[in-house]
Write a new protein. Structure first.
Length: 339
């Protein structure tokens, strides 16, 4: 582990994953935002990937908790402990190193939730915390010319939220955030399989199905996928073949909400910037950007060019990371918070 002294951090605390970027080192941690706790003793047994392996496989007194829901802190105490353990893994100790921390958050977070996130970072050992809106971080990470006098549109589809923003001259001109993301799409698949086939599947199975055969439009060469779950009638394990068409039907409502948010943002955008966007197009970031056929669906729905960012899973943390590398240059887009 490299010496953390003098190394500042950018953190993307996502509903699905927490990613930490260290100045001069790049991404040093990428772990699921999950904590396993012994409810009898209150002891945290594991975090991140180790905790994810235990989801759905623990006895009654051990529970798996996602401390963030829909992009915001739902369980402050657990989130604080999780963040402290993650920072400890990258070499930050509360009373030894005091890094400057940039935390990327969705625009929908309230002032109370802002405070909860800041307090968690301070409790984990930060010297100063800057809060940055995720769409701005994603736009920087995707390489968009945010400080130019022209419109750029970023659509960041994360685990808990989808954030849409039009950016010009280093500021967000108009934006919209909905609490629909990868988790909502997974839940839609779970509910569809349950209602159609009386079969209960877990979150991991739903995510695997989404990644394997999920799509926003009909694709060439599609094939069915086999899933295994628990039959709600007999209570026994059961296998089932599902088609891409069924999965599209299952997730259509969530995709329509994302498209609706993009169209509503475009409707609120000044005409001159819309003209810029018609040339520069829409850039997709976040894990949801990897859904097959989504760019083609958006091109059809909006009539605008659409592309996926070069590194969509890490656009947010890379953008926030550029800020910790150049805090002076990018000071105007950060909201500082001193202790």
């Amino acid at each position: 582990m490299r010496n953390p002294f003098g190394r500042n951090l950018a953190i993307d605390i996502g509903t699905a994953n927490t990613v930490i970027y260290q100045s001069n080192s790049g991404i040093v941690l990428n772990e699921p935002s999950i904590v396993c706790i012994n409810t009898d003793s209150g002891e945290i047994l594991s975090v991140g990937q180790e905790a994810r392996k235990m989801v759905g496989r623990t006895p009654g007194h051990i529970v798996s908790i996602k401390p963030l829901k829909d992009g915001v802190v739902a369980d402050f105490e657990t989130a604080q402990k999780m963040l402290r353990m993650f920072l400890s893994q990258v070499g930050v100790r509360r009373f030894i190193s005091k890094p400057i921390v940039v935390v990327a958050v969705p625009p929908v977070v309230t002032s109370v939730e802002h405070r909860a996130i800041k307090d968690a970072a301070y409790a984990a050992g930060a010297k100063k915390v800057y809060i940055m809106e995720e769409p701005m971080a994603a736009a920087i990470g995707a390489g968009l010319p945010i400080q130019e006098p022209m419109g750029s549109m970023i659509v960041d589809i994360g685990g808990g939220t989808t954030d849409v923003a039009v950016i010009s001259l280093g500021g967000i001109v108009t934006s919209r955030s909905i609490r629909v993301g990868g988790d909502a799409i997974d839940n839609a698949i779970i509910n569809y399989i349950k209602n159609q086939y009386n079969l209960m599947i877990g979150e991991r199975t739903a995510e695997e199905v989404k990644m394997a055969i999920g799509s926003a439009i009909r694709l060439n060469g599609e094939s069915d996928a086999r899933i295994r779950g628990r039959d709600l009638v007999s209570g026994l394990p059961k296998d089932l073949m599902v088609s891409p068409k069924e999965i599209r039907e299952a997730i259509e409502d969530q995709i329509s909400k994302i498209i609706g948010a993009i169209k509503a943002t475009l409707d609120e955008t000044p005409p001159d910037l819309v003209a810029d966007l018609s040339r520069n197009g829409i850039v997709l970031a976040g894990g949801g950007a990897l859904l097959k056929g989504l760019p083609e669906r958006l091109i059809k729905e909006t009539g605008m060019p659409v592309r996926v960012a070069e590194d969509p899973l890490y656009s947010v943390v890379n953008g926030a990371g550029m800020c910790v590398e150049n805090i002076g240059m990018l000071q105007q887009i950060l909201a500082p918070e001193t202790r």
